[in-house]
Design a protein around this ligand. Structure first.
Ligand code: SAM
Length: 285
């Protein structure tokens, strides 16, 4: 994504991107030592940055995520290159041969018991790097489908040497299913793609069932943060979130229009008018 991409250009680029599994290279992955309980000692080298981006499930309809979880299966292997990033092709390789996966083993990823937080749609990773560096005793997982910005985010994490942050290039809809219930400390969704055209609204991420799913992944007392500048999407989120029985607003209202201590992401700077954005902060009850 170049600096001049509008959200609709971004959406178009995201939705039309394709995976070419024939270009995938596995030879540079060093398997984890079976005796090793965490990944910090693994010696995984960086992948070829020219590998193709991914299919988007809602567009292609090829992969069904609903039945992906099995507690009898092995976990999805998240072998982070440089202990920072995993590209979509490494996940597609696994999906090509395996249809069931167990929950993600976060302890083996971060090698500690610190609380885990999730950011969905990290873009260039500014927010992730900010919360990661501000909270060194917590862990952060960032998800992003679009390869170009995902690599920018990875680069930020690398430059700032944030050992508590990892980024995954994949669709949130799959990854979230593989997170244990009652697990996450917090979830951030900053400026999700608004899909402004009427015909595209069904592609919006924050539907009722997805909000319920996010709520169930939070531990009791955990927090779901959502920010959007888009009036119509805000109204839809408001309608959906009040139905979520496991969530309670931390504000006296469904959302607030202005908060002073929120970190300004690229999309915040780009799209928030003087009227401010819509901020949702919901506690898992
Ligand atoms: C409008 S941008 C906002 C980026 C960033 N949060 C910010 O505030 O600057 C939305 C981001 O979500 C990503 N995205 C959209 N659908 C996604 C999905 N299903 N899983 C992961 N990322 C997604 C897009 O590629 C894009 O980078």
């Amino acid at each position: 994504m170049s600096k001049t991409n509008s959200p609709s250009e971004l959406n178009k680029a995201t939705a039309t991107s394709k995976k070419d599994s024939s270009t995938e290279q596995n030879s540079n992955i060093v398997e984890l030592n079976e005796n090793s309980s965490c990944q910090l000692n693994s010696n995984i080298v960086a992948s070829n940055e020219n590998q193709s981006p991914i299919f988007i499930s809602y567009r292609q309809g090829g992969v069904r995520y609903e039945d992906i979880l099995s507690k009898d299966a092995d976990p999805l292997k998240l072998e982070f290159e440089e202990n920072i990033l995993i590209s979509a092709d490494k996940i597609w390789d696994q999906l090509a041969t395996t249809s069931k996966f167990n929950y993600i083993n976060f302890k083996s990823i971060y090698c500690d018991d610190n609380p885990v937080n999730l950011e969905i749609g990290i873009g260039n990773g500014e927010f992730l790097a900010h919360i990661g560096s501000s909270n060194p005793h917590e862990n952060f997982l960032g998800l992003e489908v679009f390869k170009e910005v995902f690599l920018k985010a990875a680069s930020k994490i690398r430059k700032q040497e944030l050992k508590n942050c990892r980024v995954v290039q994949f669709d949130t809809a799959l990854i979230v299913r593989l997170i244990e219930d009652n697990y996450l400390n917090s979830i951030y969704v900053n400026f999700p793609d608004p899909w402004p055209k009427k015909a595209h609204k069904k592609r919006r991420l924050l539907k009722t069932h997805f909000i319920d799913q996010l709520a169930s992944k939070l531990k009791i007392g955990g927090t779901l943060y959502i920010a959007t500048d888009h009036d119509d999407y805000a109204a839809e989120i408001a309608e959906n979130i009040v139905d979520a029985k496991q969530l309670k607003s931390e504000y006296d209202s469904v959302y607030v229009r202005n908060i002073t201590d929120y970190f300004h992401t690229k999309y915040y700077r780009k799209f928030v008018s003087t009227d401010g954005a819509y901020f949702f902060k919901y506690k898992r009850i």
